[in-house]
Design a protein around this ligand. Structure first.
Ligand code: URA
Ligand code: ZN
Length: 363
């Protein structure tokens, strides 16, 4: 029974060099109180001087950029194949004139890493979203010709105005035409003010546990409300973290649409595809939710045949030194065995067979 991890990141060495050369978020640097350990600072506001040094970013070691460590992690956790993706914030922060070349280089590097481990690695590519739209489309076309690419990873900002921006239509059209799946992943969270005046006493818990999933939920709701899937009926999107909170909130979202006088006035409550249709036709969900409670909601929303196992490696490592097995990974394995305890075929689907079928992996 093959196990496939579809949510697992890497910062290839060229990207780490880029981060080391920078002095504003995102960057990699050391701090005077721990000069021997580099820290990766990527999230908005994460380097605020009032933040204690233990929650200013996270330590960055070779598990973030050395592909041999990814393979060792896979071996430890009995993962046969991984679909690796550049981690956030991707190339979102690059000036437009630099983004196209950076995307080509990183995509070629990542495809080359996959080639070193036949059958064990595939990848989601990265798009130069700050470049002109034609350049983004060119990279979508080029990615379709790279042997190990099985989609693209994207944040929620789109071209700067979110994923409900009409200017994205040529990009959605190119993705749909090439049958390229979008792996939609959060990065920006919510405005830090919502976490309150004591936020920096709570480490990364509020932005990661709640900000990330709500960011995804809002982004995908905006896509739905703007009619992206009415215009691009075959556009496929894999949502990180089991859809944020979409499986739980889909009914409320749909009800709010049906009861909105403004939308009715504009004729937008009729003749549209509803959220349930899209969840079961266009959306796929990862199984990175750490509990059978959330996983069952994901299964009920999209179907067990659209869920795919993931780890989020190298994020969420064990905090104990010398702990080889990762609690975060085992929590996702346990959630699958609990949620699908009476359905072995469905469990095997989530663990690997769905990914093999959906992403056309040659295993
Ligand atoms: N933190 C991040 O910044 N990205 C992830 O993918 C997971 C945790
Ligand atoms: Zn992730």
């Amino acid at each position: 029974m093959p196990v496939v991890d579809i949510h697992t990141h890497i910062y290839p060495p060229t990207y780490v060099e880029l981060l080391r050369s920078r002095t504003t978020v995102p960057y990699v640097r050391t701090f005077p109180d721990a000069p021997d350990s580099s820290r990766l600072i990527i999230l908005p506001g994460e380097d605020d001087p009032s933040t204690p040094s233990t929650s200013r970013g996270r330590p960055i070691g070779p598990e973030y950029y050395d592909i041999a460590q990814k393979i060792a992690f896979m071996d430890t956790h009995k993962i046969d194949t991984s679909v690796i993706s550049l981690a956030n914030p991707w190339l979102d922060f690059l000036p437009g004139e630099k983004a196209g070349e950076a995307a080509r280089k990183i995509n070629d590097d990542v495809d080359g890493l996959c080639a070193k481990y036949p059958g064990r690695l595939y990848a989601f590519g990265t798009l130069p979203l700050s470049a002109p739209v034609e350049e983004v489309v060119q990279e979508i076309e080029r990615l379709a010709s790279l042997k190990h690419m099985r989609g693209v990873i994207m944040g929620t900002s789109g071209l700067g105005n979110g994923l409900d921006d009409k200017a994205l239509d040529p990009i959605y059209a190119a993705l749909e035409k090439n049958e390229t799946l979008i792996f939609l992943h959060p990065h920006y969270g919510l405005p830090v003010s919502v976490y309150g005046p004591r936020a920096n006493e709570y480490g990364h818990v509020l932005p990661l546990a709640l900000g990330f999933p709500l960011e995804t939920t809002i982004a995908v709701s905006r896509m739905l409300l703007s009619g992206v899937w009415d215009r691009f009926t075959k556009l496929k999107v894999l949502l990180a973290h089991s859809g944020g909170t979409l499986p739980f909130l889909a009914g409320r979202l749909e009800s709010c649409i049906q009861h909105d006088g403004h939308l009715k006035e504009l004729g937008k409550t009729e003749g549209r595809r509803d959220v349930w249709d899209i969840l079961k036709t266009n959306i796929y969900l990862d199984a990175v939710i750490y509990s059978d409670v959330g996983l069952k909601a994901a299964m009920n929303a999209s179907g067990a045949d659209r869920l795919m196992f993931g780890t989020d490696h190298p994020f969420f490592p064990p905090l104990e030194k010398d702990q080889k097995e990762w609690h975060s990974v085992n929590a996702n394995y346990s959630a699958i065995s609990t949620a699908f305890k009476d359905d072995k075929v469905a469990a095997e689907g989530v663990l690997g067979d769905n990914a093999i079928r959906i992403l056309k992996l040659d295993l």
